[in-house]
Design a protein around this ligand. Structure first.
Ligand code: 8Y7
Length: 403
């Protein structure tokens, strides 16, 4: 009898374990072998050629590989990028050797160690929001969009009176939303900002009414600390800040009130963000900015356990930037923080579908599912019922085969 070859792809070490158990591997052998079945590829940006040459040697000597620019062999003044390829087991050995090396290798060792810990599967943390605990990993939470603006992206004007807005919030809760995100200021590209009083007048009555009749956690979508504070006083239990806590007062408020905060990435301001967006690498550049913002927020007293990151689809991004972010979303897991994605009804979907704002449902659901499969923990959507149904299927597929 001839034996046949099959392919088996793993995206979670629990699946490697399950496969070894199926085969009947000795229990002691499983733990030893799983780290050899996990392969990580990392990019190092702007690496000193002297460090790069040592890294190359260490990886080769352990059976891994580290690809560097040809010029690094001769020109020791010109930094380059580097591609690292090895198993988890090989990284662990190499990292321990880096501890004693010069040229910043110790720092790289710490970064690699942190990266692998953050990429660990299953992701084992949760976010407390109001009276709910959102467990991260394996399940995608839904944030329903409630715009209370006369001119927002979608639903513009439809829910500008309190009663209608409250009714829409309740409908989303019934349809399966886990959080309601209430915003009063339009962030449509090119839109102008409004005053604190105007924004307060739009959102606060809606929050006050909703908390009377439902337990669903409410997020306040604002970049103004005054509005966020009043929103929390009225009963909101999360801050969604599209400027990514650009205002330090927002960091202080989040720290004081001990509520989860969404740090969203935006390049520029809503007025100018779509004028020629430009990145070296859209994913790595955004990760760099998250690193800096998260460190600053933690310095201001924000608990790391309260931070959610969001790459900000459509905020200073071209069509291709948006597609790259969604395709490579899992790379943001390197930060070890929950990931939120808001792609719903955005203009890139209209561009691809060739449809107007009110006909972007199918692409929005597709984007939500792909986000979830690529590591989003929360999706911010307008069409709650349709997204919920699709996610029941998507999440089940995503977690199938895990122990
Ligand atoms: C997002 C957002 C908007 C997003 C987060 C729209 C308020 C535009 N988009 N907040 N807000 N992420 N966290 O189309 O992508 O809903 S407004």
């Amino acid at each position: 009898m001839t034996s046949r070859v099959y392919v088996r792809n793993f995206d979670d070490p629990r699946q490697i374990e399950a496969e070894m158990n199926r085969i009947g591997v000795d229990i002691g052998g499983v733990d030893v072998m799983v780290p050899k079945g996990r392969f990580f590829t990392f990019i190092l940006r702007d690496i000193d050629p002297r460090a790069a040459n040592i890294i190359k040697q260490e990886f080769l000597s352990k059976g891994g590989e580290a690809a560097l620019a040809y010029h690094c062999l001769s020109d020791l003044d010109k930094c380059s990028d580097m591609l690292l390829m090895a198993t988890e087991k090989q990284y662990n050995i190499i990292i321990s050797k880096f501890q004693k090396q010069p040229f910043g290798l110790k720092d790289i060792a710490v970064q690699l160690e942190t990266a692998m810990a953050n990429l660990d599967c299953p992701r084992d943390f949760s976010i407390s929001c109001g009276n709910k605990i959102f467990k991260i990993g394996g399940h995608t939470w839904i944030m329903g969009v409630l715009n209370v603006t006369p001119d927002s992206f979608s639903d513009g004007g439809k829910f500008s009176n309190v009663e209608e807005a409250v009714a829409h919030g309740m409908r989303m809760a019934e349809e399966g939303a886990d959080i309601i995100d209430i915003g009063g200021e339009s962030t449509r590209p090119g839109s102008a900002s409004i005053s604190v009083d105007e924004e307060l007048g739009r959102v606060i009555p809606v929050i006050e009414e909703l908390v009377k009749i439902t337990e669903i956690p409410i997020s306040i979508d604002t970049s103004k600390p005054e509005v966020a504070e009043a929103g929390i006083d009225a009963g909101a239990s999360m801050i969604n800040d599209i400027t990514g806590l650009a205002d330090e007062r927002m960091m202080k408020l989040a720290a004081e009130r001990d509520v989860p905060v969404v740090i969203m990435h935006m390049s520029g301001t809503p007025t100018d963000m779509q004028k020629d967006p430009n990145y070296d690498d859209v994913v790595y550049d955004i990760i760099d900015i998250f690193m800096e913002r998260v460190a600053r927020a933690v310095e201001q007293g924000v608990s790391r356990n309260n931070i959610i990151i969001d790459p900000g689809i459509g905020f200073g991004k071209t069509l291709d930037h948006n597609l790259q972010i969604l395709k490579r979303l899992s790379e943001f897991k390197i930060l070890g923080l929950p990931i939120l994605v808001g792609a719903s009804r955005k203009s890139f979907i209209g561009k691809l579908q060739g449809t107007d704002e009110d006909e972007r449902l199918e692409g929005s659901v597709a984007a939500a599912i792909i986000s979830a499969m690529n590591g989003a923990d929360i999706v911010r959507v307008h069409d709650v019922k349709e997204t919920k149904m699709a996610l029941l299927v998507g999440d089940a597929i995503g977690s199938s085969g895990n122990l």
